[in-house]
Design a protein around this ligand. Structure first.
Ligand SMILES: Cc1cc2nc3c(=O)[nH]c(=O)nc-3n(C[C@H](O)[C@H](O)[C@H](O)COP(=O)(O)OP(=O)(O)OC[C@H]3O[C@@H](n4cnc5c(N)ncnc54)[C@H](O)[C@@H]3O)c2cc1C
Length: 460
């Protein structure tokens, strides 16, 4: 993992190269760093006030950790995918831009293939044995309402911050679960966090269930039943078309500086831009890679250096033959690098599967042969025809997947992560008040930080 030193190095490279022509580009009211959902939303909100806005995006595309690419001849999401009406910010955008939903029935298939801790394969029908698996796991959330009575308003009742002391592994060990329920618990908590159970905060998992009406069943609907027709691109492109900002792609930022009455931003190529204020949407795990002047307070920097625990791998897999609908489970980082794999359609003699696992359990996600070996743990005769994935964990502009807190980490740092620094505001789905780890949280942050920036510029 890179360390804080990388941030210092990045800023000194930028200092060594003056802006071309010695003059900063533009005369912007606001510069936004990053064209993911947080950045695009912030720009769209600022347009309402008539501000001149520039977005600087490091990659050659917009969307950030949502990314719709072609696979099996159709659009498929490599990153953020599932949305729900329990997520109010993203639901509003779906209505605003008129995007249609489609269902992922494979997540909810009756036929389950599961591995136990020893890697032995079993089959179950949820219509017959669902209560045996799910009943005891739901009881793990019996105190969720007491811990988190207002899950979308984290500072209204801070009891959850004090309760954030144990990991998912601690919670599983302390719960008297049947062997089947233990397998399910270790599977779903690994799949919803993308991290090893000992690294993941139990309270951060409670938050997801609390935001879903304190129901584990509803939470699985919220995070894995409904996706967008045409992929997330249909929403992030609509937002980009509507945001009114200039978007410069291939423009990684090296330094962000507050200069008294404005900000100055320097790219890794030495180009410089200035504006009255800025919004950084740098993800938590990459905040440390950019130089800030004055330097960021330790409370922000230390969390970035430590990094969140979310290291999910998501893989699209095409296998030979049209298989009937099924879902597959394997506990934690135990017998398989895949925790959850499910049917996503069968046509033209092939079946499309989507698999999730943790980067804590190594797998070369783009290696067909290696992926086939793992798929055969569940389907012994499977022949993998194609795979597609994006390596979020090794991408320098994310250094991880969705944000899941380590025990006692983001709860303690949330206020500091949300706080502005000089004339720089910080928006990220990674430290949203409600749906951290989701597109909804990124949109929430784009809205709240653009409001704060407008107040700074208007003095009220
Ligand atoms: C595999 C995976 C599956 C997911 N599944 C879901 C899901 O089903 N549902 C859901 O709601 N959420 C899901 N998420 C989470 C969701 O995608 C994110 O929480 C959300 O997209 C974060 O948005 P953001 O704008 O805060 O950050 P990002 O999307 O990461 O945007 C930050 C932007 O900043 C840019 N950037 C970084 N460094 C620099 C730099 N130095 N200079 C300039 N630009 C820079 C990045 O390129 C990026 O475009 C998933 C994420 C992953 C990775």
């Amino acid at each position: 993992m890179a360390t804080a030193a990388a941030g210092v190095m990045a800023s000194s490279i930028a200092q060594a190269r003056p802006a071309s022509g010695g003059k900063d580009k533009g005369d912007y009211d606001a510069i936004i760093v990053g064209a993911g959902f947080a950045g695009l939303t912030a720009a769209r909100e600022l347009k309402r006030h008539g501000y001149k806005v520039l977005i600087l995006e490091a990659r050659d595309r917009i969307g950030g950790r949502t990314y719709t690419a072609e696979f099996d001849g159709k659009p498929n999401d490599m990153g953020g995918t599932w949305v729900h009406w329990f997520q109010p910010h993203v639901w509003a955008e779906i209505n605003r831009y008129g995007v249609e939903l489609e269902e992922s029935p494979g997540n909810f298939a009756d036929d389950v293939i599961y591995l136990d801790e020893a890697g032995t394969r079993h089959h179950a029908k949820l219509s017959e044995r669902g209560a045996e698996f799910y009943g005891p796991v739901q009881t793990m959330f019996a105190d969720a309402r007491a811990i988190m009575p207002r899950p979308a308003e984290p500072f209204a009742d801070p009891g959850w911050i004090a309760a954030d002391t144990i990991s998912v592994a601690d919670k599983i060990a302390a719960s008297s679960l049947t062997p089947e329920a233990r397998i399910l618990a270790a599977t779903i908590f690994a799949a919803s966090s993308g991290g090893a159970a000992e690294n993941v905060s139990w309270v951060d998992i409670v938050r997801l269930v609390a935001l879903s009406g304190y129901s584990l069943e509803l939470e699985s609907d919220v995070v894995s039943r409904f996706k967008l027709k045409g992929g997330m691109r249909s929403l992030y492109s609509a937002l980009a078309d509507d945001c009114g900002a200039t978007i410069e792609l291939n423009s990684p930022v090296a330094t962000i500086e507050t200069t008294g009455d404005g900000v100055r931003i320097i790219g890794t190529n030495g180009k410089a831009w200035s504006a009255r204020a800025a919004i950084s949407t740098l993800p938590l795990n990459t905040l440390k890679d950019v130089g800030f002047r004055p330097p960021l307070p330790r409370q922000k920097l230390d969390v970035s250096v430590e990094g969140h625990a979310g290291k999910a791998n998501k893989i699209h897999i095409l296998i030979e033959g049209e298989r009937p609908i099924f879902t597959a489970w394997a506990p934690g980082t135990g017998p398989s690098p895949i925790n959850h794999m499910f049917w996503d359609g069968a046509a033209n003699g092939r079946t499309h599967l989507i698999a999730f696992g943790s980067g804590d359990h190594p797998l070369r996600i783009m290696d067909k042969g290696e992926v086939q070996k793992v798929v055969r743990q569940f389907l012994p005769d499977a022949v993998v025809v194609d795979v597609k994935a994006h390596d979020w964990n090794n991408d320098p502009y994310s250094r991880g997947a969705w944000c899941i807190s380590r025990p006692g980490q983001i709860s303690k740092a949330l206020k500091d992560l949300q706080a502005p620094h000089g004339r720089i505001f910080f928006a990220s789905g990674d430290w949203a008040s409600a749906w951290r780890s989701a597109i909804d949280g990124a949109i929430e942050q784009g809205i709240t930080t653009s409001r704060a920036l407008h107040r700074l510029l208007t003095g009220n």
